[in-house]
Design a protein around this ligand. Structure first.
Ligand SMILES: NC(=O)C1=CN([C@@H]2O[C@H](COP(=O)(O)OP(=O)(O)OC[C@H]3O[C@@H](n4cnc5c(N)ncnc54)[C@H](O)[C@@H]3O)[C@@H](O)[C@H]2O)C=CC1
Ligand SMILES: O=C(O)CCC(=O)C(=O)O
Length: 340
C-alpha cells in the first residue's frame, strides 16, 4: 500500500463491454487516469469481450499494467457474464457490432439487441442495484431500451445512452462557424435518437464572445444555415467519419463517454445542461418508456429533464420524426428478442 492510499476512497467496479475494441482502447486510459471519477477514486476494471478476443484483451491488460497508474486496483479480462457484471457500480456497454459504410445504425438492430437481452439479464442478476448504466453500442437508444427491459430490478433512472458525442459535435460546429473554442458554446440540445433523425437544436444555446453571452441565433445571423446545413452535418457526422476513416468514430466517442460519466458523477454547472438518452417520463409529449435524448441537468447524481423549453412547429415536427423512428425500432427490437 502506498502512503497516498490513505486519502483515497474505496474502489469502484466498472465493467466495460467490448473492451478489446477501438473505443475501449481510447477510453480505458482516461478512466484509469482519474479524469472521469476523480483523482481520489480508485477503480477495478471488469473487461468483457467475446471468447475469440481474449488474447487481444490480455494485451490490453498488459498495457494497463504498463501505464503504472496508481488508481488502478485491478483489471479483470473475461468472456464470462457473471465475472463481468458481479458487483459493478458502473456499466459501460460499448461492445456491439459497428456499422460499415452505407448502413444505417438501425441495420445493426437484429444482431445487437440479442447481445443486450443477455447482458441485461446478467446485469439484473449480478450488478449492484444502484449501478449507473451507459449504453454506447448502436443502435444505442434501442439497445438501452432492451437492456432496461431485461434488467427490471435496476431503477429506471439508472439507464442512459450516449448522445453526448452528437452534443459535442453540435458545439464544435457552432464554435468553428463563430471562430471560438467549443467551451464558449453552451446549452445545445440533442433530441431523440442517436441516428440521422436526431434533432440538434441550438434555439436555447448561447455563445460567449469577448466576455459577452449571446444567443447562438443572434451570433450566427444565418437562420438558413442553422436550420439546414448545421442540422444535417451533425446528423450525418458519424457516417462522414466512417466514409473518411473506413472505421467509425472512436477517439471522439471515448471522450464523449468520459464527459457523460463525469457529469453524471460530479454534476453539471449551474444553468448548464447536457444531452443524454434517458428513459422518458413523458416530458415533451414523448412516449413514456422510450429511450429518448433530452436536455439534462444533474445534481447529486440525479438526472432531471430541463422543462418548459419553447417548441415551435419546425422543432415539434423534427422531434416527432425522431420519436416515430424510435417507436419503430423499439417494436422491431422487442420482436427480435422475444418473437412470441
Ligand atoms: N453512441 C455513440 O455515440 C457511438 C456508438 N458507437 C458504437 O459503439 C460500438 C463499439 O464501437 P467500436 O469500439 O468502434 O467497435 P469495435 O468493433 O472496435 O469493438 C467492438 C468490440 O465489441 C466486442 N463485442 C462484440 N460482441 C460482444 C459481446 N456480445 N460481448 C462483449 N463484447 C462484444 C467485439 O469483439 C469488439 O472487440 C459500435 O456499436 C458502434 O457503432 C460508436 C461511436 C459512437
Ligand atoms: O455511426 C456509427 O454507426 C458508428 C459511430 C457512431 O455512432 C457515431 O460516430 O456517431
Amino acid at each position: 500500500m502506498s502512503s497516498s492510499d490513505k486519502k483515497l476512497k474505496d474502489p469502484i467496479r466498472i465493467v466495460i463491454t467490448g473492451a478489446a475494441g477501438q473505443i475501449a482502447y481510447s477510453l480505458i486510459h482516461q478512466i484509469c487516469s482519474g479524469d472521469v471519477f476523480g483523482q481520489d477514486q480508485p477503480v477495478i476494471l471488469h473487461l468483457l469481450d467475446i471468447t475469440p478476443m481474449m488474447t487481444v484483451l490480455q494485451g490490453v491488460v498488459m498495457e494497463i499494467e504498463d501505464t503504472s497508474l496508481p488508481l488502478v486496483k485491478g483489471a479483470i479480462p473475461t468472456d464470462d457474464l457473471e465475472t463481468a457484471f458481479k458487483n459493478v457500480d458502473v456499466a459501460l456497454f460499448v461492445g456491439a457490432m459497428p456499422r460499415k459504410e452505407g448502413m444505417e445504425r438501425k441495420d445493426l438492430l437484429s444482431a445487437n439487441v440479442k447481445i443486450f437481452k443477455s447482458q441485461g439479464t446478467a446485469l439484473d442478476t449480478y450488478a449492484n442495484k444502484n449501478v449507473k448504466v451507459l449504453v454506447v453500442g448502436n443502435p444505442a437508444n434501442t439497445n438501452c431500451y432492451i437492456l432496461a427491459h431485461y434488467a427490471p430490478s435496476i431503477p429506471r433512472e439508472n439507464f442512459t445512452c450516449l448522445t453526448r458525442l452528437d452534443h459535442n459535435r453540435a458545439k464544435g460546429q457552432i464554435a468553428s462557424r463563430l471562430k471560438v473554442t467549443p467551451d464558449a458554446v453552451k446549452n445545445v440540445i440533442i433530441w431523440g435518437n442517436h441516428s440521422s433523425t436526431q434533432f440538434p437544436d441550438v434555439r436555447s444555446a448561447t455563445v460567449t464572445i469577448h466576455g459577452k453571452e449571446t444567443p447562438v441565433y443572434e451570433a450566427v445571423k444565418d437562420d438558413n444555415w442553422l436550420k439546414n446545413d448545421f442540422v444535417s452535418t451533425v446528423q450525418k457526422r458519424g457516417a462522414a467519419v466512417i466514409a473518411a476513416r473506413k472505421l467509425s468514430s472512436a477517439m471522439s466517442a471515448a471522450k464523449a463517454i468520459c464527459d457523460h460519466m463525469r457529469d453524471w458523477w460530479h454534476g453539471t454547472n449551474e444553468n448548464e445542461w447536457v444531452s443524454m438518452g434517458i428513459i422518458s417520463d413523458g416530458s415533451y409529449d414523448i412516449e413514456k418508456g422510450l429511450v429518448f435524448s433530452y436536455p439534462i441537468e444533474i445534481k447529486n447524481g440525479k438526472l432531471s429533464i430541463v422543462q418548459d423549453l419553447k417548441m415551435d412547429d419546425w422543432s415539434r415536427e423534427l422531434i416527432d420524426k425522431t420519436q416515430k423512428e424510435l417507436v419503430e425500432e423499439k417494436n422491431d427490437a422487442l420482436k427480435a428478442t422475444d418473437p412470441e
